[in-house]
Design a protein around this ligand. Structure first.
Ligand code: FES
Length: 304
């Protein structure tokens, strides 16, 4: 899809909202929780960044995304903050939804932090079931998030993580409640770990993570089927290195959360950074998620 930037709104020094419109016709309907993967120009390569759509399924004439400038940025969010202008055209894949609402839930419990607010803004437009939403923010962003949150006693903005009594919130929910978690890595892990400890079943815990893959030491990957040898640079992901060679590899979230980019491993030891593979699957050393994982050995050989 090609989308024109129609409006840029500064929500706080580090957070901007982008309103995007189609070049012609209507946009595909995107369910609440859907995201888009954009091609964003960088100094040395095109970055593919995923951003949640905040408008819900009724948004057919424009999409809206909110982008926090990541520090340090590998290029994507920095370009959007510093170089994107109204009228610029962005390329994106059609929306995917890896984070839908559970329609059988008796209640939705939403826990978000920072820019993790975005999928829940779309949820808020469609939720008919009772819900409770706690959003955690740094003090400097709290005014921006307060303006975005829907009004009502079921929504609480916490300006310090300490004000959210996680154990009390997770431990006092009625039967049939589904939990949704979206925020930085540590926040997601903390919430999920406590929920599991309190007996929440996996089927009722839903999480989304678009953490951009961190860099690391460079390494070599061999693609066994084509015989190609690729270098993965320190600030590049394995998936990006494959794409830079002109090879299409599968992906959806690009954040180690969905499992779509799993490729079989023939040789070498990966440094797994995903949230998909179990400890047993990691120990088997048979595959890896190429969007986030790197190498513990100088080379990896993929059956790809
Ligand atoms: S693309 Fe989702 S885990 Fe890699």
């Amino acid at each position: 899809m090609r989308l024109r930037i129609a409006e840029i709104t500064v929500l706080s020094p580090g957070i901007r909202k982008f309103t995007l419109e189609p070049l012609a016709g209507l946009l595909p309907a995107a369910g609440a929780g859907a995201h888009l993967v954009f091609d964003i120009p960088g100094a040395t390569r095109v970055h593919k960044n995923a951003y949640s759509l905040i408008g819900g399924p009724q948004a057919r004439t424009q999409y809206e995304i909110i982008v926090r400038r990541v520090e340090p940025s590998r290029g994507g969010s920095a370009w959007l903050h510093e170089h994107a202008r109204i009228g610029d055209i962005l390329e994106a894949k059609t929306p995917q939804n890896l984070f839908p609402l559970a329609h059988l839930a008796k209640k939705h419990l939403l826990l978000s932090a920072g820019i993790g607010i975005t999928p829940f803004l779309a949820f808020a437009r469609v939720m008919r079931t009772p819900f409770e939403w706690h959003h955690c923010s740094r003090a400097e962003d709290s005014a921006a998030f307060a303006a975005l949150l829907p009004p009502g006693p079921q929504v609480t903005l916490h300006t310090s993580r300490n004000t959210l009594n996680l154990a009390a919130v997770l431990g006092t929910q009625p039967l049939g409640t589904h939990l949704y978690v979206c925020g930085p890595e540590l926040f997601n892990e903390t919430v999920q770990t406590m929920a599991r400890a309190l007996g929440w079943p996996e089927s009722k815990i839903h999480t989304e993570s678009f953490a951009s893959a961190a860099g690391g030491a460079p390494f070599i990957v061999h693609l066994a089927r084509s015989g190609q040898r690729l270098e993965v640079a320190a600030d590049q992901t394995l998936l990006e290195a494959i794409e830079a060679a002109g090879i299409a590899a599968p992906y959806l979230c690009r954040g180690g959360a969905c499992g779509a980019c799993e490729l079989p491993l023939l040789q070498g030891t990966p440094e797994h950074r995903d949230h998909v593979l179990s400890p047993e699957q990691r120990a088997a050393n048979k595959s890896l998620m190429v969007c986030v994982s790197r190498a513990r050995t100088p080379d990896l050989v993929l059956d790809f």
